[in-house]
Design a protein around this ligand. Sequence first.
Ligand SMILES: [Mg+2]
Length: 211
Amino acid sequence: MNSVSRTASVAPPRAVIFDLGKVLLDFDYMRAASTLAPHSDLSPAEFKRVVDQSPLLHRYESGRMTTAEFVAEVRRLTGFRGPDDLFHGTFGDIFAEIPEMVALQRRLAGQGVPTYVFSNTNELAVTHIRRQFPFFSGFTGYIYSYEARSMKPDPGIYVSLEKLTGLQGSDLLYLDDRAENIAHGAERGWRTILHADHGPSVRTVSEAFGW
Ligand SMILES: [Mg+2]
């Protein structure tokens, strides 16, 4: 953190905030739907529509229903009749690491820069990610929508992040692939990167730290 930025008048950020989906991890709900649909009344595509970016998933990820309530509702809507264990083991198994971004987090953490996960997500996904991806344990802290009971871009979850880090405004550098999420961070004075591809994102973070 003592490195001098090339733009000498601007201090480097004091923490880097990572969105999870499509930034550190790719995901595809079709993977889970293909496994679960044969145990239901729906095709994989229809099953996917029930759980992917749906009002039901939104309720679950905003902490307004428990995992047990979510699974019961999926059973009702899809006719899923497999065991709970199959659902729990499959629903979160939709992720693949984005190596360049994981390497970026590792480099920051290795230099003592605090890094945080800031994600609209749910208990089943986080349980699976913790188990499958060793890099995930290497962050300073975690803000999950289902625990904060607020989803990006609602202000509540941003307030939770500021409280956890003890930082505000331009001390925070925030990467997210969704423009509306980034927009609210920018409104709060956070430095932001609208993530699309690892090349430009890694370059911008490097410049912010004067690497
Ligand atoms: Mg995302």
